[in-house]
Write a protein of this length. Structure first.
Length: 351
């Protein structure tokens, strides 16, 4: 798939709204109110209707390199992206994917023997790994697996049996329901305390609420688990051969980490955004696959393709927030004991 983008204005720090002219995106999910901190971060971000007279076609951003293997539906090589200095991101270095749990033996052979995969960065939570399993590449003599959870409540050490531990989104849903019930009780409104869905905010898929929800969610990875973000980026740089970064769907946690790595490597922001949005093409297959997995079925039941599809505006807002608060991705990393040597290592790996 070749991605074309329409750019309304240039510059990640200013108003950069992207519309995929091919099939890279369109749609989105239920959201929540933004935290005050994130509202402040995004307060200067200009929103509003597009201006047709300001549109211009930038052209081909890059060719999406899908890797179709038995057992995954959202795997691709991010190579081929243009960089700010006129170069390209190298192919065969960084592969992003959904859950590797169902890889066939033939798929594993292709990954290791043909694509040269030596490392896997697993972004799933400890509870996911406990419930779903560590994956078929565990124990492979040629593959090193590094695990980095991006949720604050997730811990490898817990006295609670694995079968009774909550997944992070279950914890979040329970806390939000309890907070909503307290607010309603304080207001003399008992709706929602018995599970009344009418008390929940209605979020229109594909609109501003979608982008607010997901960009805030991605910022929470950086705020709650900065050590995991840095660790994942260093694991990418340290890989001897090709590295696969994956979570469950391969679009949110994976999209955030690969997006940051690509920015550090010097990829053009519009190419990073296009790659993030490309997962929208595979969302129907992703949902079909995850709805068959016990760890994800309950959370995804009733969710629509539109609600779960990544939009370019979401990644644009994430990058804009980092630009505004820290001077960019590298600015944020510099607050996390990230060094120039780390930056050079990522660039050497991906260029």
């Amino acid at each position: 798939m070749i991605c074309f983008l329409t750019v309304l204005s240039s510059g990640i720090g200013g108003r950069l709204l992207l519309k995929d002219v091919a099939r890279c995106s369109r749609a989105g999910p239920p959201g929540r109110s933004r935290s005050a901190a994130v509202q402040r971060r995004l307060s200067d971000y200009q929103r509003g209707p597009s201006h047709p007279n300001r549109r211009r076609i930038v052209g081909v951003v890059h060719d999406i390199q899908w890797i179709d293997l038995e057992g995954v539906v959202n795997m691709r090589d991010v190579g081929g992206m243009p960089t700010l200095d006129g170069g390209t991101i190298a192919s065969g270095r960084l592969i992003r994917s959904d859950n590797l749990q169902e890889l066939s033996d033939a798929a594993i052979r292709r990954l290791v023997d043909e694509l040269g995969v030596t490392d896997v960065v697993d972004l799933r939570t400890h509870v996911e790994v406990a419930q779903e399993g560590a994956g078929p590449l565990v124990g492979h003599p040629s593959v090193r697996i590094s695990h980095f959870t991006l949720y604050a409540d997730d811990s490898a050490e817990s006295g609670i049996p694995d079968s009774e531990r909550e997944l992070p989104w279950e914890t979040q849903a329970r806390r939000e329901a309890a907070a909503r019930a307290r607010r309603e009780q304080a207001n003399g409104d008992v709706r929602g305390t018995s599970g009344d869905q009418s008390s929940k905010p209605h979020i229109v898929p594909g609109g501003q609420d979608h982008d607010d929800f997901w960009s805030d969610h991605y910022l929470s990875y950086l705020g709650q688990r900065p050590e995991s973000v840095v660790g994942a980026l260093r694991a990418i740089a340290d890989a001897k051969g090709a590295v696969v970064v994956h979570c469950a769907a391969g679009k949110d946690r994976t999209g955030t980490i690969t997006g940051l790595a690509l920015v550090v490597a010097g990829a053009r922001p519009e190419a990073v955004i296009a790659d993030y949005a490309a997962s929208a093409e595979r969302v129907p297959q992703i949902l079909d696959r995850l709805l068959r997995r016990p760890a994800y079925a309950a959370n995804l039941l009733g969710k629509t393709v539109a609600e779960q599809s990544p939009r370019p505006e979401t990644m644009t807002r994430l990058l804009a927030a980092l630009e505004r608060d820290f001077g960019g991705v590298l600015g944020w990393l510099s607050t996390q004991d990230w060094t120039e040597a780390d930056t050079e290592a990522v660039r050497a790996k991906l260029r």
